[in-house]
Design a protein around this ligand. Structure first.
Ligand code: NAD
Length: 252
């Protein structure tokens, strides 16, 4: 078990890819704080982890709220006494519809930035004091392969995920002295749940298969190993990186 006695917060851990991260980290021995705006889903994931012999709690959080993210970190510390890993996975993705940039409503643009960019900052601020005190921490920010391909008709989303890469690099420089590693992952198009149909058509999935070196669909399980690696001591000298996990669609 590579994460025995580590405490991990997974935002957006109640459904989709975040749920797979929560289960994967727990299987490696981490105590997992499943944090999601979808409270009931987070509770189900925590219960499933416990039923499988792992350790987890669920916390309701809206990552756009400084108070709620502080409360999330406080709940982690109350339950487990430390915070070793933050997976900044919560995002507006399957809730969005693709549309030409001229048709994006300014409020929708602001909401995407508030969750996908500012939300990461709130979560980092909430966990930083504990990581600083421990003189160790792992922050994993979920970006997207769309930043490399420039996916059209998704301008707010792609812009927000590009910001995640810059955020990762600049933050890595600021917290390196605290021995905190900050990295990002750029997942390829991943079949993450029933809401996927809203964002992706069957044709797009077929196109994506053809554009990959490994020509198959991508699933949440394909991303879990990279998160575990970045959360573990095996990656202690890696920081500020953006790692593509997309079956070789983009090669950096
Ligand atoms: N599915 C893909 O193809 C794909 C590809 C690249 C990157 N990603 C990214 O991976 C992450 C997970 O993707 P997914 O497909 O599971 O997405 P999803 O839309 O199914 O899940 C997003 C999660 O974030 C949570 N969330 C949304 N707003 C929140 C808020 N304000 N506070 C707290 N939680 C909130 C949701 O409840 C949900 O659990 C997202 O950041 C997404 O942008 C997904």
């Amino acid at each position: 078990m590579r994460l025995k006695d580590k405490v991990a917060i997974v935002t957006g851990g109640g459904v989709g890819i975040g749920k797979a991260y929560a289960h994967g980290l727990a299987k490696e021995g981490a105590k997992v704080v499943v944090a999601d705006i979808q409270d009931t889903e987070a509770q189900k994931v925590a219960a499933d982890i416990k039923a499988a012999g792992g350790e987890a709690i669920a916390v309701a959080v809206d990552v756009t709220s400084p108070e709620k993210t502080q409360a999330m970190a406080a709940a982690a510390l109350k339950a487990y006494g430390r915070i070793d890993i933050l997976v900044n996975n919560a995002g507006l993705y399957s809730a969005l519809k693709k549309k030409p940039f001229m048709d994006i409503d300014p409020d929708e643009w602001d909401r995407v930035m508030a969750v996908n960019v500012k939300g990461l900052w709130h979560c980092v601020k909430a966990v930083y004091p504990a990581m600083k005190q421990q003189h160790k921490g792992k922050i994993i920010n979920i970006s997207s392969g769309t930043t490399q391909g420039g996916t059209p008709n998704f301008l707010h989303y792609v812009s927000s995920k590009g910001a995640v890469i810059s955020f990762t690099r600049a933050l890595a420089r600021e917290v390196g002295g605290d021995n905190i590693c900050v990295n990002s992952i750029m997942p390829g198009l991943t079949i993450s749940g029933p809401n996927q149909e809203g964002v992706t058509s069957a044709e797009q999935l077929a196109d994506r298969r053809k554009s990959r070196a490994l020509q198959r669909d991508q699933y949440p399980a394909d991303l879990v190993g990279t998160v575990i690696f970045l959360a573990s001591d095996d990656s202690d000298f890696m920081t500020g990186q953006a790692i593509g996990v997309d079956g070789g669609q983009h090669m950096h």
